[in-house]
Design a protein around this ligand. Structure first.
Ligand code: HEC
Length: 445
């Protein structure tokens, strides 16, 4: 609340985060899975004298470095950049609570990158034994960064005991920690495996037989996807009750996204087992890219659900999506939020104390609503309240959370409520519309 936030016209800050995050999460999971795949595959390839897999791995790692190190690192910075502009309080809370967690994660990330480059550049230049060790260093450090980030991400949805104790480990090993780690591990190895099938098709110098053998080897790593449904059930058994209610019926969009994610994953897993392993089918380039896109959408859907069911909180039962702490609500309900958000006035070139009534309404809107609503773009408030009467607006404001469970309640004294109502009325274009239009609106909906 105290920090200014980024006003992204049309798109809204949340959308910017989502676009960067889905991209980043996919690449990051892929990098983790690819590390494990390479280390295990190289280990066994040397043992069995499997020259083909050794040759392929070298190609694979080159693409891995190009894609995951460059795009992964860039989009990772993009996430920090966007979350700290859009949700500064939550970013600050996470850094304060988990500063050593982040520090450890960054060290693992550094080790991962350095080991990855050494792994690639020492190919055929050091003894197999040494090379496999470097591969394992890469794989383990990449996995460790997942182990740590998973603690912090799952904490945001299910802080558990932490809400009472405020202890690092209570928040870290929170109720969804383990199921979430298993889900992410499955998704990591499957993304890596799909990538194997793509590279097997585009890398040069392999015969059809050889490509086929590589695809079958990669296909085995897709089989764990068949476990997606039972592990998701385990996961949802551990999320907070209210969040689970959303996916089990209250929010159709969430339910559909979840079902899509689970079904797509399971089908790819079954296809891998029956098609690739048992029937030894071949996957051509188009199909492997298609599988990659399905995996991308499934990953995106699952992340969307995780983010969605956390609403109206950004850190469950601790901080609302708009940065207001639950423990502040009592004080803020009396005093109003504006003294906590001086930047809202600065944005209008003045100070809180000098705001007139219209400006106060806008400032309050910026403080409490702008995080999720744009004026006339994504989730645009103007369209949502088009032609609404004063009464309907007022009624919605008093029951924000009940109207749409996504939203935190409006927080502030009577005066603030009136000011925002006036401001919204000016946006709705319904100012001179009498209450007659309210029944009209209800008739429509
Ligand atoms: C955490 C995100 C979030 C915040 C914060 C938020 N909203 Fe919303 N709001 C939503 C979503 C999501 C919807 C549903 C949009 C839809 O149905 O298409 C919505 C819908 C609405 C609607 C339409 C409700 C209806 O019944 O049709 C109104 C009015 C509204 N918001 C006003 C506000 C106001 C005023 C604030 C600030 C006091 C606010 N919102 C804060 C996410 C948010």
């Amino acid at each position: 609340m105290q920090y200014p936030i980024w006003d992204v016209p049309q798109l809204g800050g949340g959308m910017v985060i989502a676009m960067i995050a889905i991209f980043h999460v996919t690449i990051a999971h892929f990098a983790v899975g690819a590390g494990l795949f390479s280390a295990v595959t190289e280990h066994f390839a040397w043992k069995r004298g499997d020259q083909l897999m050794l040759r392929f791995l070298k190609d694979y790692i080159r693409y891995l470095i190009l894609i995951s190190f460059i795009l992964g690192a860039l989009s990772g910075v993009g996430i920090w950049f966007s979350i700290s502009l859009v949700s500064p309080e939550a970013t600050s809370a996470l850094i304060h609570q988990y500063v050593w967690g982040w520090a450890t994660e960054w060290v693992f990330f550094l080790v991962e990158i350095v080991a990855g480059y050494i792994y690639y550049y020492t190919w055929d230049r050091v003894s197999p034994k040494k090379h496999v060790i470097v591969g394992w260093i890469y794989a383990v450090s990449a996995y460790m960064s997942l182990v740590i980030i998973n603690g912090i991400l799952s904490f945001m949805l299910s802080p558990g005991e932490w809400l009472q104790t405020r202890e690092f480990w209570d928040g870290f090993f929170n109720p969804t920690y383990w199921p979430s780690l298993v889900l992410r591990t499955i998704s990591a190895v499957s993304l890596a495996a799909i990538f194997v099938t793509i590279i097997a098709n585009i890398a040069h110098g392999y015969s059809r037989e050889e490509r086929h053998r590589i695809i079958t080897a990669g296909g085995r790593w897709l089989i764990p996807l068949a476990l997606m449904i039972p592990v998701s059930v385990w996961y949802f058994a551990r999320v907070p009750d209210a969040a689970r209610d959303l996916v089990t019926g209250q929010a159709i969009a969430m339910t559909l996204f979840l079902m899509f994610g689970m079904a797509a994953s399971t089908l790819v897993g079954l296809y891998a087992y029956f098609g690739l392993i048992l029937k030894r089918r071949y996957i051509n380039l188009e199909t492997s890219i298609l599988l990659g896109l399905i995996a991308f959408m499934a990953t995106g859907s699952m992340e969307f659900v995780r983010e969605g069911i956390r609403k109206p909180y950004i850190i469950y039962e601790y901080m609302y999506s708009n940065g207001i702490l639950r423990e502040e609500v009592e004080v803020l309900s009396e005093k109003g939020v504006l003294s906590w958000a001086p930047w809202t006035a600065t944005a209008m070139g003045t100070e809180i104390s000098a705001l007139n009534q219209d400006q106060r309404g806008e400032a309050l809107y910026r403080a409490q609503c702008m995080r999720c609503h744009t004026l006339d773009g994504v989730n645009g408030i103007k369209l949502l309240i088009k032609n609404w009467s004063e009464n309907s607006i007022r009624h919605a404001l008093e029951n924000l959370h009940e109207e749409q469970y996504f939203m935190p309640p409006f927080i502030g004294p009577e005066q603030d409520l009136q000011d925002v109502t006036r401001y919204l009325l000016s946006l709705s274009g319904g100012s001179d519309v009498s209450d007659a239009s309210m029944s009209e609106k209800e008739g429509q909906s």
